[in-house]
Ligand binder design. Sequence first.
Ligand SMILES: CC(C)(COP(=O)(O)OP(=O)(O)OC[C@H]1O[C@@H](n2cnc3c(N)ncnc32)[C@H](O)[C@@H]1OP(=O)(O)O)[C@@H](O)C(=O)NCCC(=O)NCCS
Length: 173
Amino acid sequence: MQIKGDKIILSAITSSDKDYFYTIATKSYGAKFWYDDIKREKRSKIAFFNDWTEGYFDPKKPKEGQCFWIMVQGKKIGVIAYNKIDEHNNAEIDIIIADEEDMNKGYGTDAIKTLCEFLLKKLKVNKAWIEARMNNPRAIKAYQKAGFKKEKILEKKDFFQGEFVDCIRLEMH
Ligand SMILES: CC(C)(COP(=O)(O)OP(=O)(O)OC[C@H]1O[C@@H](n2cnc3c(N)ncnc32)[C@H](O)[C@@H]1OP(=O)(O)O)[C@@H](O)C(=O)NCCC(=O)NCCS
């Protein structure tokens, strides 16, 4: 399954094609902003895919969540995903672009916008939401440019690089 945006194409990741996601999530430049270093370095492939369960890689079960490659001119530049749609019909989203050279070119904003349009219009999800660390201004800006609005600040919500840091919850209806 593919969803076309203005600058990117989202292409559903299937089970047979998911290993590169582990590489991006653990070894790329973007991974430093995504997971805490200690968690990331210790994360085996088995542990990683215990969290990112099969539902994320089965486009036939859209309510279980789904991971997509973010494609630019045929190249997989990153991954965007939504989690299992919850009992309130809400979905959390998450995104990572692998290389620094592919950042700050509007690809992330377009991927977020494209996925959220699919969730809200096609899957009739009530709202999409994310929690970003306050020390990740590029991510917050991209979410806001895509149409997310601040819901609240979550003080000392996440443990990152040796300290507890504030997070922001953003939502799109
Ligand atoms: C966060 C991420 C998805 C954003 O995608 P992107 O393609 O780089 O972002 P965009 O180019 O669409 O938008 C980024 C915006 O932030 C701005 N920006 C970049 N660094 C910034 C900083 N330090 N402070 C404030 N704004 C910043 C850019 O200038 C751009 O705004 P503009 O278009 O008005 O100039 C991508 O950078 C990424 O994957 N980062 C690593 C993983 C990560 O942080 N994931 C999110 C976890 S919540």
